[in-house]
Design a protein around this ligand. Sequence first.
Ligand code: UTP
Length: 224
Amino acid sequence: MKVVISVGGSVIAPTLAQENFLKYADVIRELAKEHTVLVVTGGGKAARDYIGVARSMGANEAVCDLIGIALSRLNARLLISALSSAAFQDIPHDYREAETAMSSHKVVVMGGVAPGQTTDAVSAILSEYVQANLLIVATSVDGIYTADPYINKDARRLEEVTTDELVKIVMSTEMKAGSKSVIDPLAAKIIERSKVSTVVIDGREPQILFDVIKGAHVGTRIIH
Ligand code: UTP
């Protein structure tokens, strides 16, 4: 199976500690024995901190996006270090480079590629480009809710969501650099058009990836 895993920065680097990267690397290395694995890392809190400082000095949103991309690539670099020889050692700048890297039969790890989106969109486009069988979006919430559960107490977690409903839910998200949503609107539209099988999970404990790949019902499954 060909699997793309989008790992939010807040998931892989809740703090800047080697254990966080090493525990993810152990699971990915294991999965890569049986599957072709491509990983897209997010920038997380570090990206938001850097973006906040740049914005306070008057940087425009596109510049802030470029800062977010740089931080996501730094997390990619740390995951490559943790994976050591199991990983392709360069970080692809685009989808074509990622596809070429895949022919090395090593785990491909990349970050952001272009302003105006998040690494969720990168992982959705990458899934489309390499014709992945499965896209796993590993976030720090346990799935997609009918509304933001931190704001709305009546929000319910959905076990399944159609791409139509998903697009409606996420379209209310703000488009500013570093803004937070469980999945970005562009990613939702790409998932809708490519019809790639997608699961959104709480990835803070990477072992959950073994269950997801076996088809266990965890998180939210996006249905087409
Ligand atoms: P992330 O993908 O890390 O955002 O990109 P996120 O998913 O909200 O955060 P975590 O990692 O799950 O906590 C961080 C920022 O980098 C810029 C955007 O500004 C985004 O908000 N970015 C990232 C881009 O502009 N283009 C990209 O391709 C990727």
